[in-house]
Design a protein around this ligand. Structure first.
Ligand code: 6PG
Length: 241
């Protein structure tokens, strides 16, 4: 596991964007699962503004680690956020965009996306393998759309599951632990002081941490990168200094 601590959210975005570019250069074709959330949004802005020509987007296939069960033009849609901040600004083939269809029935789409990933992704250990899974982490320690009150979804035998936001009740489709931990690399993008305690508990293996889905991210291949700002890392760096 590697900690990449930057001074601010914008610096996290710049550092991760450089890392993203290197991942995209590393192989003839790369399969990347994106995340929703505020930090990925500024990463997409950074990629669109300063790296759009540094990447051969024809070799990059974009997927989502989770999606809200809404239409793609809904402001709640992770796809819409990605389209507005990145996809609409880069020269990427439409066939390389593999959105979760939030407008479909949740159970149908969870099954459909599971089957799709099983067909199109390369496999290691007999499991579909992303080159990179980008994750955020909620204040409650959720990641993708696996929330603490539904942590059993992490160990589902299915590659995708139907989740439900614990407050709004919004249905979501999420990839599950076996896909996340089978990725070549997992990158957490976590910023802000609201994440300080969770980050500290998880990175220092505190007893409470096991109740947080984010603590279950332990990639089999060992490549786990945390991209944090100083606010989110405040207790970790002091604990490790
Ligand atoms: C989503 C995201 C979600 C997000 C966290 C962190 O669909 O909302 O996938 O898991 O990553 O809620 O969000 P922030 O980065 O905005 O704190």
């Amino acid at each position: 596991m590697t900690l990449n601590v930057s001074s601010s959210k914008v610096e996290v975005a710049k550092n991760f964007a450089n890392y993203f570019v290197e991942i995209c250069k590393s192989k003839p074709v790369v399969h990347i699962a994106l995340s929703g959330g505020s930090t990925p949004k500024i990463v997409f802005d950074e990629l669109a503004a300063n790296h759009k020509t540094a990447i051969d987007w024809a070799k990059v296939h974009l997927y989502w680690g989770d999606e809200r069960c809404v239409w793609p033009y809904d402001d709640e849609s992770n796809y819409k956020m990605t389209y507005n901040h990145l996809i609409s600004k880069i020269d990427i083939p439409e066939l390389n965009i593999h959105r979760i269809k939030g407008e479909n029935g949740p159970r149908y789409e969870a099954e459909h996306y599971s089957q799709f990933l099983n067909i199109v992704l390369p496999k290691t250990n007999g499991i579909p393998t992303f080159d990179l899974v980008i994750l955020g982490m909620g204040d409650d320690g959720h990641t993708a759309s696996i929330f603490p009150n539904q942590i059993e979804l992490w160990n589902s035998e299915n590659y995708c599951e139907v989740a439900e936001h614990p407050v709004s009740g919004q249905k979501r489709i999420t990839i599950t632990g076996q896909l996340i931990n089978n990725a070549e690399t997992v990158a957490f993008l976590v910023t802000g002081e609201s994440k300080t305690e969770r980050v500290y508990e998880i990175l220092n293996n505190k007893d409470l941490a096991t109740m947080y889905p984010a603590s279950l991210v332990v990639p089999t291949k060992g490549n786990l990168e945390w991209f944090l700002d100083e606010a989110a890392a405040a207790k970790v760096t002091s604990a490790q200094s």
